[in-house]
Design a protein around this ligand. Structure first.
Ligand code: IMP
Length: 427
């Protein structure tokens, strides 16, 4: 296999960073193709823990080219902070490339993200619960065709004109619509011009880099951010992010054709978590949910928010298998469930009129009307973090995994048994 896409199968935070990091060691090119610094990937290397938001995970390997593709929205201040932090820890980041088409997060995007959320909360009491990083407003400007792109950031004269034109429009929205405070556009220009000077050396044509790497038979890894249920079309709209985290997004956000993807690995957890608002059928609003949250360390990498927790949901996983065309699953955190007693898995949904749904509903209204149909399992016990072969796992754990595969219709080829990079079973 020469090209692989890694996607999240649930609502994010499935431990993609760990799987990506394992695969990045072998890759010649690692690509981020969607989202921005709303993502947070924790990579553990020996005793070192790296928290990455924008830099592709392969950045730790100097020989691996790391591309931020055109589909990513880049906050240059965050990216530069991350690069500086990496430099301090001895990672040069000379292997970084940024597509000239990538859109830039401007300060008004962060402000509008906050103002829009406050407005929605006041008007309808239902806001999205965004990460507040300006992601939605940046993608809105892209679709509106007024975004400032990486190329513009690195060309001061162009940048000046664009900041003036776009900035006036954004200031109008901030002041007139939300009663906020307008930005000083000259100051924004000076700040962003300086970012452009520092980032210029990384600018490239990502589509060409990816195409040539693939043609030369190199190993290309598309590093997913966010997850299937946060996809703007196939997620739980409107409680989604503003990009395409599903596998097809790797093509759009890099500039490559679908035939260049050989393998799609869906990463999930042995239970389900969600950050932000919106329906969550298997949610555990009780002491068990709290126990799973604490044992699994379920607090946001980006925002520190406690994550909502619930049982594994095979309806969601079948949806992920379908919309991403998954060829394999990597399921993490089987260690978290060890010793907690009986386990449940949601196999289907039941609507209030008694109808059974095997497929994930299209609308939020329908999803809100669904209660889970559960299958119960004997739990497993003991420390499984040292297991490196499937056969070494407790029998009940193996039975649980085999049944998950049946219910999801996809082989579980990677089994996470602990936090460390090597705490993994490959089958
Ligand atoms: P936004 O991407 O900041 O606009 O947030 C939209 C929704 O996606 C919110 O519910 C966020 O909590 C969620 N979200 C965005 N990025 C991530 C992620 O990397 N992991 C988990 N949830 C995320």
């Amino acid at each position: 296999m020469s090209s692989s896409v890694i996607v999240g199968t649930q609502w994010g935070d499935e431990g993609k960073g760990k799987i990506i990091d394992i695969m990045a060691k072998e890759a010649d090119l690692v690509v981020r193709s969607s989202g921005g610094n709303n993502a947070g990937h924790t990579v553990v290397h020996g005793n070192e823990v790296y928290k990455l938001h924008l830099l592709p995970s392969g950045i730790l390997y100097p020989e691996t080219i790391c591309l931020i593709g055109s589909g990513v929205v880049v906050d240059p201040s965050v990216l530069l902070e991350e690069i500086t932090e990496m430099n301090k820890r001895g990672v040069t980041c000379d292997n970084l490339r940024i597509d000239a088409r990538a859109d830039i997060i401007m300060p008004w995007h962060r402000e509008l993200d906050k103002l829009e959320e406050e407005y929605k909360a006041k008007q309808t009491s239902v806001n999205v619960g965004t990460t507040g990083r300006g992601i939605g407003p940046a993608y809105t400007d892209k679709a509106r065709r007024i975004a400032i792109r990486m190329y513009d950031l690195c060309h001061p004269e162009l940048l000046k004109t664009l900041i003036k034109n776009t900035g006036e429009f954004e200031n109008l929205m901030i002041e007139k619509l939300y009663g906020g405070k307008a930005f000083d556009l000259d100051a924004v220009y000076e700040e962003y011009k300086a970012y452009g000077e520092k980032l210029k050396k990384y600018m490239a044509d990502g589509s060409v880099i990816a195409f040539e790497a693939y043609k030369e038979g190199k190993k290309v890894l598309f590093e997913g951010a966010q997850a299937t249920l946060l996809d703007i079309d196939f997620g739980t709209y409107p409680f989604v992010t503003s990009s395409h985290p599903i596998a097809g997004g790797a093509c759009i956000g890099t500039g490559i054709g679908p035939k260049m993807i050989d393998e799609v690995i869906g990463v999930g957890k042995s239970y389900t978590t969600r950050v932000g608002n919106g329906p969550f059928p298997t949610e555990l609003n009780d002491a068990l949910g709290e126990l799973i949250r604490n044992r699994g360390g379920e607090f946001g990498t980006t925002t520190g928010r406690p994550r909502r927790t619930g049982w594994f949901d095979a309806v969601i996983m079948r949806h992920a298998v379908r919309v991403n065309g998954l060829t394999a699953l990597a399921i993490n955190k089987f260690d978290t469930l060890s010793g907690i007693g009986k386990l449940k898995v949601c196999t289907a949904y039941k609507k209030s009129d008694g109808t059974i749904l095997n497929d994930f509903p299209v609308t939020l209204e329908e999803l809100s009307d669904c209660t889970p149909v559960y299958e119960e399992f004997d739990g497993y016990e003991g420390d499984i973090s040292d297991c490196r072969k499937f056969e070494e796992l407790p029998e009940k754990c193996r039975e649980y995994i085999s049944r998950l595969e049946e219910l999801c219709g996809c082989p579980i080829k990677i089994i996470g048994v602990g936090a460390g990079c090597d705490s993994v079973i490959f089958r």
